[in-house]
Design a protein around this ligand. Structure first.
Ligand SMILES: [Zn+2]
Length: 484
């Protein structure tokens, strides 16, 4: 009975129900009565902390500094950049009252902080010597969400937003690409996602940006997830906020700015890239517990085995391996095995009296790829730290390869409309497109697919639009997909 309660809807049956099952049953999140809000529970928050620490390290290593800016923005600030306010206004949360009185000017809860940080940049930058100014903020933002989904679309979400100012457009573009590189590296090296870096088509740009770059990740249902974006603003925000500097020549010039963000929706990406019918599969780099030890023994032996498991865990922890001992006395080993499988722990160790007497523990991996599931394997306790560290590295690499293979198998170069429709039903289509909005709209209406990005690594190619037959634009093929 308990097993049924813990089991999840199979992915093949209903991917979306599967997702909902795992986020709740693995105790990543819980519900909150305010629409679009979510509670991130310790197991889920630890994943975010691990991702955050990794990304923060990359941001700081390249000369950026963290700061914190206010949550409340005077509405007039947001109105200074016309495209920006037009894009974000429908999603505003606005504070009209405080201290029991109506405010003279409504305050908007930050949906993003270009306007806040722009205001301060104008104050802090005066000379070319002040450039570049490289800032980052870790914060929550609020954007009204019509169709909330845990981690993927919530009205309040956690993220980082980088904001930088530069003397030249070339410097700002280089910064935009540097940040995109952080996201690509974190996604592949840490989250083991299969991402494609590229540029957004004009219509998919950030409100107020001149160019928007993205990394798009393929989920296990063939949909795309925008996992991080980096924007070149040109001088638009500098003009709106008066961010100017005196050049070496003595003339006053507008700064070129950038902004870039990655959010906790990455956790959703990890879940949907690696998970299977049994539940989560976590890349070791983001797993709250990389190894779980289940001591096995009844009666008097229970205490001995529990103590041995605790000692083994301490050894592994000293070797930098995040380890948890599951000694919940009321639960059977079988229940525990299923539970940690569902929660995605990469490696499980069973420790019973016979194993202990032989100086070993029995290791199981959460997943094998390629090929069938590997059998349990005895590992010598005195060699466990080195052996498990190597196993975790191999597990991480295996997940990266599995995700990349899946993406490649589900990405199709298409040259006709029937091919296009078939491709986006279960994956990504690489197509030539005319770039016209009406044509994009038709494609979306018929297939729900949208242009995700123009891959940076795509080969130059010209031809005719896959939908309407007009000459293609962008000079390359575009990834079209249904997206989260
Ligand atoms: Zn077309």
């Amino acid at each position: 009975m308990a097993r049924d309660e813990r089991s999840v809807t199979p992915q093949s049956e209903d991917f979306s129900a599967w997702y909902n099952d795992v986020v709740f049953r693995a105790e990543l999140v819980d519900r909150w009565p305010v629409r679009g809000s979510m509670v991130i529970r310790p197991y889920g928050y630890r994943m975010w902390e691990l991702l955050q620490a990794d990304l923060d390290g990359r941001i700081k290593a390249t000369g950026h500094q963290n700061a914190y800016f206010p949550l409340l923005i005077p509405q007039s600030f947001l109105e200074r950049e016309a495209e920006h306010v037009e894009g974000f206004a429908p999603e505003f949360f606005t504070v009209t009252h405080a201290g029991g009185k109506e405010l003279e000017e409504p305050l908007v809860i930050r949906p993003t902080s270009e306007t806040v940080i722009g205001e301060m940049m104008a104050k802090w930058i005066s000379s070319h010597r002040d450039l570049p100014l490289l800032l980052n903020q870790w914060a929550n933002v609020l954007r009204w969400e019509m169709r909330p989904r845990m981690f993927l679309r919530t009205s309040e979400f956690l993220w980082q937003e980088g904001h930088t100012a530069h003397a030249t457009a070339d410097d700002a573009i280089a910064e935009t690409m540097l940040a995109l590189g952080f996201y690509q590296d974190v996604s592949v090296e840490t989250a083991a996602l299969a991402t494609v870096p590229g540029e957004k088509t004009p219509r998919e740009r950030f409100a107020g940006a001149e160019r928007t770059f993205t990394i798009e990740a393929m989920m296990r249902d063939g949909r795309a997830l925008q996992a991080g974006t980096s924007h070149f603003m040109g001088t638009k925000f500098a003009a709106a906020f008066g961010i100017t500097f005196t050049a070496e020549s003595g003339t006053a010039e507008l700064c070129q700015t950038t902004s870039w963000g990655m959010s906790a929706r990455m956790i959703g990406g990890v879940i949907m890239t690696h998970g299977d019918d049994k539940g989560l599969v976590l890349p070791p780099a983001l797993a709250p517990y990389q190894v779980v030890i289940v001591p096995i023994g009844r009666g008097e032996q229970a205490e001995t085995m529990s103590a041995a498991a605790t000692a083994l865990a301490a050894t592994l922890e000293r070797a930098g391996i995040r380890t948890h001992v599951d000694d919940r006395p009321q639960l059977s080993p079988g229940f525990k095995f299923n539970d940690w499988e569902m929660r995605g722990v990469p490696i499980r160790l069973e420790l019973g009296p016979r194993d202990l007497a032989a100086g070993t523990a029995l290791m199981s991996r959460r997943l094998s790829y390629p090929g069938p599931e590997a059998a349990k394997q005895a590992v010598a306790l005195d060699a466990a730290p080195a052996l498990l560290a190597a196993e975790l590295t191999a597990f991480q690499q295996m997940l990266t390869r599995r995700a990349a293979d899946f993406r490649d198998e589900h990405t199709v170069v298409v040259n006709s409309w029937p091919e296009f429709a078939a491709a986006v039903a279960g994956g990504w289509a690489l197509a030539l497109h005319c770039g016209e909005q009406a044509c994009e709209d038709e494609i979306k209406a018929e297939t729900t697919a949208t242009p995700r990005c123009i891959p940076l690594e795509g080969e130059p190619e010209q031809g005719t639009c896959v939908r309407c037959g007009k000459p293609s634009t962008y000079g390359k093929r575009v990834i079209f997909a249904r997206a989260y």
